[in-house]
Design a protein around this ligand. Sequence first.
Ligand code: GRF
Length: 202
Amino acid sequence: MAIKLGVLISGSGSNLQALIDNIEAGTLDATIEVVISSRADAYGLKRAEAAGIQTLTLSRELYDDPFTADEVIASTLAAREVDYVIMAGYMRMVHDPILRAFPNRVVNLHPALLPSFKGAHGIQEAFDYGVKLTGITVHFADDRYDCGPIIAQRAVAIEEGMTVEQLEERIHAVEHELYPEVIQWLAEGRVSVDEHGHVHVA
Ligand code: GRF
């Protein structure tokens, strides 16, 4: 049976688009019940509307108290009976109201190989550091920034002469493949977390 997703965005929403495309193509057995944005100008809202998905934009003032914002998000997601909360370029942390309502059911995508290069500039920082290998991490979110049980990682090599723009393009292309794939594993019920906080994929 298709799983129900709630997607949190703040920006371009290209990963949201990858989910929409995979659902339409039949490679992701899911429905997107609602897209919630922390910004009114997020282009991802247009993508959601074009796909006929309901949207909700939270005002900047609501985030003055992040817990209040997360109460609103959690109750919106619960009312739509979502199974998983998918962070797709959502530039805020999730807090207790969401994490409590969706334990090990909030998924984040990070454009680096965690635990390296946490934070909002993972691609640039990996590039500036001069690592030869970076990549993408999909993990369950917890109350720490870019932490929580790792579900999947995929490496991207930084080749000689590559610019940061080329690296970004490559990272995003791999994200658009990996994220829908991992969410399909969730739909198939193949993902579990053990007592050590380690994820197993059957
Ligand atoms: C992605 O690179 C993701 O890893 C990071 O934010 C970016 C979102 O891009 N968390 P988009 O909004 O999905 O296009």
